[in-house]
Ligand binder design. Structure first.
Ligand SMILES: *Cc1c(COP(=O)(O)O)cnc(C)c1O
Length: 380
């Protein structure tokens, strides 16, 4: 009946964002100019990492991370199956092998004990994912990494603005990667960022972003030199000034966005206290609330998903376990039973709409439809 569809996530844009883009178009600098630097500085200040390198997407920033680390054939990287495939794809892309650890049932964050059990002489890195926006246990992961001489990476694409005991993932991992896709905390349309405290890794990532060229255009202009060298393979993974102008404008609102997401998450928390058949994931302080995920008990997730979609509520499933995709089964020989906790969770999880512009009325409709349908389904 012409009812408005409620997505699970959506960007928040205003006149200031539009003006920032227009100002950039008027400035004469369309790419690799002042806005890229400004955006990199804003993100690095927010997540408290020394160096930030903007990329054309979160996924290309992930490629930049494995390239900067020099990962390749013979290397293993331990990660989680409950993530967007890009986390593991970047490992496959460089010829290294993703190894899947299991997760905790109540948070769906990677389980450090499971990580530790998978370490072999070939292991080079741990790739943690701050699933739904909740920081992993970085204290424990850091000590496992240090004890075994491994690199600790953080796929922070869900978690711009998250903290744990006053520390950001960028302060605890060797490299943290962010995404600015429209469903994420802030958007540049497409875009990503690699953050690290290590100057060598930052220089390598910046070079990978630009065909492996070892100096940047400005340096050559300043020294009146046409000389440059290429030491490693790279590509064009740059983010334009136009995108970064939007990113700078969006960063002004990040704290408001985080507050709005926390407010929405609390309304859901309260709505489902003791509601039979629905168990929200456990949320800690410092959660960035990219996703609000419930577990639907009693084998009713499929039916509930269908009914919510019919009601115009675009619930979603994050994620299908990565190790069960055809590509992974074929390349790695992975199969059902490898990560039982994650596999069971994947059959029960449902992501509810959460984004700063979700109105109280819309959220009420989501909760109402969910409870109504769950009650009907449970009474058979
Ligand atoms: C969004 C996302 C990415 C990829 O980001 P893009 O900017 O869409 O390329 C990678 N990992 C996770 C966990 C994500 O959610």
């Amino acid at each position: 009946m012409g009812e408005k569809i409620i997505p699970y996530g959506r960007q928040s844009l205003d006149k200031n964002d539009a003006q920032a883009v227009i100002d950039c178009l008027d400035s004469g600098w369309l790419t690799t100019g002042p806005k890229v630097k400004e955006f990199e500085q804003k993100v690095s200040a927010k997540v408290r990492g020394r160096f930030a390198v903007a990329f054309s997407s979160g996924s290309t920033a992930l490629l930049g991370a494995v390239a900067a680390l020099g990962l390749g054939p013979g290397d293993e990287v331990i990660t989680t199956p409950l993530t967007f495939a890009a986390t593991a794809n970047c490992v496959l892309a460089c010829g290294a092998r993703p190894v899947f650890a299991d997760v905790f049932a109540d948070t769906l964050l990677i389980d450090p004990l499971s990580v530790e059990a998978l370490i072999t002489p070939a292991t080079k890195a741990i790739f943690a994912v701050d699933y739904a926006g909740q920081p992993c246990n970085y204290t424990v992961l850091r000590s496992i990494a240090d004890k075994n001489g491994l690199v600790l990476l953080s796929d922070c694409c869900h978690a711009l603005g998250c903290e744990q005991d006053g520390l950001t993932p960028a302060q605890q991992a060797d490299i943290a990667i962010y995404s600015f896709h429209p469903v994420k905390h802030i958007t540049t349309g497409e875009g990503g960022m690699l953050v690290t405290d290590d100057d060598v890794l930052a220089v390598k990532a910046a070079s990978f972003r630009n065909h492996g060229i070892t100096t940047d255009f400005k340096e050559r202009e300043q020294t009146h030199s046409y000389q440059y060298d290429i030491e490693e393979l790279g590509g064009n993974y740059r983010l334009s000034d136009i995108h970064c102008a939007l990113g700078c404008s969006q960063m002004e609102k990040l704290n408001d966005f985080l507050d709005a997401r926390e407010r929405i998450a609390r309304v859901y928390d309260e709505a489902f206290v003791d509601f039979p058949g629905i168990t929200p994931l456990r949320r800690s302080d410092g959660h960035a609330n990219h996703l609000y995920v419930i577990r639907v008990n009693g084998g009713l997730r499929e039916e509930l998903f269908t009914r919510m979609r019919s009601a115009g509520i675009m619930v979603n499933v994050h994620y299908l376990p990565v190790h069960l995709f055809t590509l992974y089964k074929r390349e790695l020989g992975t199969s059902e039973g490898l990560c039982p906790v994650a596999e069971l969770a994947a059959k029960e999880i449902l992501s509810l709409p959460i984004f700063p512009d979700l109105t109280a009325e819309e959220q009420f409709k989501v909760i109402d439809e969910l409870k109504k349908n769950m009650t009907m389904l449970r009474s058979g």
